[in-house]
Ligand binder design. Structure first.
Ligand code: NAD
Length: 356
């Protein structure tokens, strides 16, 4: 595939760039910032993977923020997972605020090995730096033939009001689950427990768009369509999806990923650091006696999608991936300019050229 697909010519200041080239460029930036080549490659692959799957809020636009976190000492490069407990199917791993893509992929690799050996694994990953798009970790398990469930919290980044409240007291605490399908892309359920993810509000704010009702409260606790109200000061609060149901799931994520794993939980201490803890349950379906897992899954999916208008979770991401692998990834002018500034900060003056 040709690399640079079209404009980087200043017509609008953005760029459309081939995924492979973007990945090489982002990896070069991380290497220049001090990451070992393997870590730089993992981080770049994860960020570009988020763009490819249509979740730009968790993609390469995070580059500048990640490098600022490195400078502050919040994101610690070249960390290795520390094993706190390794007993049968249980793994408790400490992420040491290391690069999230490296920490989570290593934790999943350990869990995958264990689930194949024991039939299931319970993996607690404590206090990694931002682990990004959680669906990627479900996809890693699914690629190994394993079903997985992931509960995640975002300590110190309170952005969501509990149902019945008006002040931000929880993170956007994502939930994900993945189900492998022989010969087809897995079913991947992956979402924040807020009505909108913070990144989507950021995009609306950047574009000057108004928000639909039911997304955001301003600092006085009134509903607002102004995305800037999230930031304040004083800051507003996102609402959980599904009223008390989304709040319940967000709280379960906080408890499972934070309190149960021994990781950090929300306590009102503000911090710029975006850490995540994650509790993952990884299951080999055959180990539960489910010899007919694949047939049961396919039968159910055929039943659920019978009307022809229904899309399965994971399908939108798969479609975006296919389209962008062909046509390149479009990066908006503000994000591209941010990324170039981040690259210059570590001595890379031509970011696009760094991708070869
Ligand atoms: P979203 O609202 O876009 O929902 C995505 C999910 O819904 C996917 O499973 C997708 O396949 C499914 N979906 C979308 N349209 C569908 C349709 N028409 N029919 C059936 N299924 C459909 O996701 P979000 O809440 O904006 O979250 C975006 C990303 O942000 C996620 O990848 C999440 O993991 C990530 N996130 C990460 C953190 C963190 O701290 N690391 C925090 C919050 C969110």
């Amino acid at each position: 595939m040709g690399d640079l697909r079209s404009r980087s010519d200043g017509t609008d200041g953005g760029i459309v760039i081939a995924a492979a080239r973007l990945e090489r460029a982002v990896a070069a930036v991380f290497r220049a910032a001090g990451s070992e080549p393997a870590e730089a490659a993992l981080v770049a692959h994860h960020l570009v993977g988020a763009n490819l799957s249509g979740h730009d809020s968790h993609g390469v636009g995070l580059l500048r923020g990640y490098l600022a976190a490195v400078d502050r000492g919040d994101l610690r490069l070249n960390q290795r997972l520390a094993t706190v407990r390794d007993s049968g199917s249980l793994l408790v791993l400490e992420g040491r605020r290391g690069a999230g893509a490296a920490m989570a992929s290593a934790a999943m690799a350990r869990g995958i090995e264990r689930a194949h050996r024991e039939g299931h694994a319970l993996v607690a990953l404590r206090d990694s730096y931002h682990i990004g798009r959680i669906g990627a970790w479900a996809e890693q398990c699914a690629a190994a033939g394993l079903v997985s469930i992931h509960f995640v919290n975002v300590p110190a980044h309170a952005a969501v009001a509990p149902f019945g409240g008006t002040r931000a007291r929880l993170g956007t605490n994502p939930f994900a689950a993945g189900f492998p399908r022989p010969g087809a892309a897995p079913v991947v359920v992956d979402f924040a427990t807020s009505r909108w993810a913070v990144g989507k509000v950021q995009v609306a704010n950047r574009r000057g768009d108004r928000l639909p009702p039911g997304i955001l409260l301003d600092a006085s606790g009134r509903g607002t369509d102004d995305p800037a109200a999230l930031y304040g000061p004083p800051p507003g609060a996102l609402l959980p999806f599904g009223d008390h149901k989304g709040f319940g799931l967000a709280l379960a994520c906080e408890l499972l990923a934070g309190a149960v794993t021994g990781g950090l939980t929300q306590d009102g201490t503000p911090s710029e650091a975006i850490t995540n803890s994650m509790l993952s349950i990884i299951v080999l379906p055959e180990a539960l006696g489910a010899n007919g897992y694949a047939a049961a899954l396919e039968g159910l999916l055929a039943w659920v999608t019978a009307e022809g208008t229904v899309r399965l979770p994971g399908e939108p991401e798969e479609a975006r991936r296919a389209a962008q692998l062909l046509g390149g990834i479009a990066i908006d002018p503000v994000t591209w300019s941010d990324m170039k500034a981040a690259a210059e900060g570590v001595g890379i003056d031509d970011l696009a050229a760094a991708g070869g």
